[in-house]
Design a protein around this ligand. Structure first.
Ligand code: DGY
Length: 323
């Protein structure tokens, strides 16, 4: 008998067809009423879940008696209670690698946009404010040759660093728990403490996963340690930054600006950030290109399929549960 898969987001019709070759597939449909209720009703029959953007732990999965695997269409897995998954022997998979370059592109786009004020000046031009040659009030900051500080030199951090080092001649410094000697060689990167990075970098780029250790890694004190001319770029997870402290720092000129893709609460529908011309605010689009989202969904399907057919999935987050 076919196992049952509950696909709760980011799975398109052709992907459902792909899954249907091996599984019964349930997709909650907004036209049929409350999505959350449909999800909960289907849960007891599901052997596998696939999607992203749902917090899943004991409270949500209590009734999922047959569940074997959750395949997340994301590289980050802070939405899942890993201790609970391990206790229950539930496999969790993610989608690394396929989103590295597009997410790094977006990180660099935020660097450029914050420094050269592209979003702000675009709105200014469209508002008919360009009445004479621009002056210092419209000037931005240089990127070429400035110091790039990467907090968390993983795959995405390294891809941003490559763009900075080889495209923009930027000296690269990085902070993190472990030394990356191969990347130090390749990029001429220097491993420094977080304090040193904050004091030296012109662009502080956050690319760490969210964990108990990285929650509010950047607060009022860390923002004060940055140069007044520096920019904070966050493409990791919102809670890595104390957002209220950031707003205050941006309002008071403690730092020059910020480029943000992630927030403490998403979606961000209202925020003091919206009133700040020195904050670029994007709607969590690091991996949001057509090609990358398709690659992520396919990778997540591969992982789910493997796990439910008894093969070890390629991207197992918690290998200790795999027997
Ligand atoms: C991820 O994959 O973790 C990105 O944030 C997109 O959701």
């Amino acid at each position: 008998m076919k196992k049952t898969v509950l696909a709760f987001s980011r799975i398109t019709a052709p992907m459902v067809e792909r899954l249907q070759q091996d599984f019964n597939v349930i997709v909650p449909n907004p036209k049929l009423g409350d999505i959350a209720a449909q999800f909960n009703d289907a849960l007891p029959e599901a052997h596998g879940l696939i999607g992203v953007g749902r917090k899943l732990g004991r409270a949500q999965l209590e009734n999922a008696a047959k569940l074997e695997v959750v395949s997340s269409v994301s590289v980050g897995y802070d939405n899942y209670d890993l201790a609970y998954f391990n206790e229950r022997g539930l496999a969790l998979t993610n989608t690394p690698d396929v989103l590295t370059e597009s997410t790094a592109d977006l990180g660099f786009a935020l660097i450029m946009s914050a420094a050269r004020r592209t979003a702000e000046l675009d709105a200014w031009t469209k508002a008919g404010q360009w009445q004479a040659t621009v002056g210092p009030a419209q000037f931005g900051s240089d990127v070429f040759g400035k110091t790039l500080g990467i907090v968390g030199l993983g795959n995405i951090g390294a891809a941003i660093a490559r763009r900075g080092r080889f495209g923009f001649n930027m000296p690269v410094i990085y902070a993190g728990n472990s030394r990356k000697e191969a990347l130090e060689q390749e990029l001429g990167a220097r491993h420094v403490s977080l304090e040193q990075l904050l004091a030296e970098a012109d662009f502080v780029c956050l690319v760490v996963p969210l964990s108990a250790q990285t929650k509010h890694l950047i607060g009022a004190e860390q923002l004060r340690q940055m140069k007044r001319s520096a920019f904070l770029i966050n493409i990791s997870r919102g809670p890595v930054v104390d957002e209220a402290a950031l707003v205050e720092a941006l309002q008071n000129g403690v730092i020059r600006g910020a480029g943000l893709d992630v927030y403490e609460k998403e979606p961000l529908t209202e925020s003091p950030l919206f009133a700040l011309s020195n904050a670029v605010t994007l709607p969590h689009v690091g991996s949001a290109t057509a090609e990358t989202r398709e690659a992520m969904a396919n990778r997540a399907i591969d992982n789910l399929r493997a796990a439910l057919l008894g093969e070890r999935p390629r991207d197992l987050v918690n290998p200790q549960v795999w027997k």
